[in-house]
Ligand binder design. Structure first.
Ligand SMILES: [Zn+2]
Ligand SMILES: [Zn+2]
Length: 241
């Protein structure tokens, strides 16, 4: 049985290592390649690994880096031509933005190195429509964001505070009121959105009440759609115009 194709986040990590190695260092005995292999095995992305032993083993990681050689116009050898469309896409995306590449890779690595987080993030599903794959920060960072939004204690506290003050829970972007629309069924229902842009998210930062915004499901979806650059206030203005 074959393992799943490489995920965008994995390709980002591999490309980050590639950018620091000389072509002659790309082989399965290189300790850095072995370390990346272990890291990829800790990433909270694939629940199912049909071939557990081969999953992102040093040979496979070395092969992935050789795929980049084939895509690299500054390399005059051949490299391995068996790269995927996604490999090519990610390679082009970061070809002239290694700064961003390092930053993302560092970020993903910190999450993967945490003793608890990877197991918790496995429980956060990927978006079904696949749009989240377009988010530059990638799935692991996105999952951390979602995980923080589900931090029950702080979410309950946020809702209680707002309800105590306003007597209702309105969407901060469009003012939708679940209780007014759905009656008893919608009582006390609203979603929580974490305001920190994905790029600034760290695995250690603790969520405070002020980080959270109350939004309806539609607005929440829009806030996360494709980019992640839209703030709650920005969406509010967009609706008003
Ligand atoms: Zn709304
Ligand atoms: Zn959100």
């Amino acid at each position: 049985m074959r393992n799943p194709p490489w995920h965008r986040d994995e390709i980002i990590l591999a490309l980050d290592l590639y950018s620091r190695l000389e072509p002659g260092q790309i082989h399965a005995r290189n300790p850095e390649i072995q370390e990346l292999s272990r890291l990829l095995n800790r990433l909270p992305i694939f629940n199912e690994r049909p071939d557990e032993v081969k999953f992102r083993n040093p040979n496979g990681v070395g092969l992935k880096l050789s795929n980049f050689l084939a895509l690299d116009s500054t390399y005059h050898g051949k490299g391995m031509q068996s790269f995927s469309q996604l490999d090519k896409k990610v390679f082009i995306e970061f070809e002239f933005d290694t700064e961003k590449l390092h930053q993302l890779a560092k970020h993903i690595k910190t999450i993967a190195a945490d003793p608890e987080l990877p197991n918790q993030l496995y429980l956060i599903p990927e978006e079904e429509d696949g749009e989240i794959n377009e988010v530059q920060e990638g799935a692991v960072i996105y999952k951390l964001h979602k995980f923080r939004e589900r931090d029950l204690n702080i979410v309950v506290q946020k809702k209680c505070n707002v309800f105590a003050q306003a007597g209702k829970l309105l969407c901060e972007a469009c003012e939708f009121d679940f209780n007014a629309k759905y009656g008893e069924l919608g009582f006390n229902y609203i979603e929580c959105h974490h305001r920190t842009p994905l790029a600034d998210f760290t695995s250690t930062s603790k969520t405070t009440i002020n980080d959270l915004a109350l939004v309806c499901s539609n607005c929440h979806r829009m806030l996360h759609r494709k980019t992640d650059r839209l703030s709650v206030e920005g969406l509010r203005r967009l609706i008003a115009s």
